[in-house]
Design a protein around this ligand. Sequence first.
Ligand code: NDP
Ligand code: GDR
Length: 370
Amino acid sequence: MKRALITGVTGQDGAYLTELLLGKGYEVHGIKRRSSLFNTDRIDHLYQDPHDKDVRFKLHYGDLSDSTNLIRIIQQVQPDEIYNLGAMSHVKVSFDTPEYTANADGIGTLRILEAIRILGLEKKTKIYQASTSELYGLVQAVPQSETTPFYPRSPYAVAKMYAYWITVNYREAYGIYACNGILFNHESPLRGETFVTRKITRAAAKIALGLQDKLYLGNLDAKRDWGHAKDYVEAMYLILQQEQAEDYVIATGITTTVRDFVRMAFSELGIELAFEGTEIAERGVVVSCSNPEFRLEAGQTVVAVDERYFRPTEVDLLIGDPTKSKTKLNWKPKYDLPALVKEMVLSDLTNFKKEKMLAEAGYATKNQFE
Ligand code: NDP
Ligand code: GDR
């Protein structure tokens, strides 16, 4: 039985990857952080009572900022594969917490690689590093491939750039099977609520149900190459099953503006929007609402721009070239963007319908769901 260790197991990708690897017969170990509230929502359905026999999913407390803890866990687990997904992953927040981001996202990767050396696991343990399309930053060329130069534009991207190169360096210096997956944005109903897609699908559902008035966003012109997290964790697994350790771009090859994502999300609910005005004064206005369940009026403003969501330095355009992963890994995504938007919107609509019923029955207040 193969044994995998996942950092960031409580995150979006950690949850999908755990499910995938358990399905393939792996024993999966995850590192979770201590938190004052439960933080295992995304993996609770996979939880196995440690008192049961043949438990194949085990959690360990840990943190990427703590070398001794990482060495101890890796020594105990003796993993065949490590997926380093743990990170302070919010680009905007990295401008507020640059030092912490460098520590967790940059040096955290070094700590894992060093643990492998210290424990003499160079020949046994393969490592997947969660690299990112944010490395491309300021556009040098499109579509972006494995050979496109990097120009990071945030403390997050700079930290991930260190992690990218230290992974390459340990592969070349010590012969460790260590790979970077340069993943473009991938989303799902499990996506963190403050990333733009989930912020939009949650707001569309709440606005439709009368639980929120307006959605405030930042740069509507930004273009992203969005895929589904379920498809992307499949690529992570494939990257570690090859004969040679290499780096791969994982993307759809299609780019869409934030504004168009907003249109698609509302349209999924039968609400058609038009955008008026420019820059900070731009607004999304209801043109029509074909769903009688939702009481929205034509002319009603439901989207507005708020400067506080602008970034000091922005990444304007991401569009990936997945040729290498399609040919070498035989990776094929199952979802396209309309299917992704539909799944996210319907999932949020179901969640908020339940919450609205609770509020109407007096078991919760509307503000509780803000
Ligand atoms: P999430 O933000 O959903 O999950 C991040 C995970 O990292 C969480 O489990 C979080 O724990 C954990 N974590 C944060 N800080 C630490 C730390 N100091 N020590 C240990 N664990 C920590 O991210 P995603 O699942 O979306 O992304 C997974 C990885 O892939 C990240 O490294 C991200 O930067 C990268 N990436 C993501 C892309 C995307 O579009 N989703 C694209 C390209 C790369 P907790 O739950 O306690 O907060
Ligand atoms: P990103 O994702 O920065 O690409 O990083 P995010 O969804 O945060 O932003 C995408 C684009 O939307 C614009 N935007 C807004 N973003 C947020 N979060 N909130 C808003 O209100 C808003 N309005 C407009 C942003 O300016 C940006 O251009 C994600 C993370 O998962 C990283 O960890 C990962 O490495 C990259 O994707 C690939």
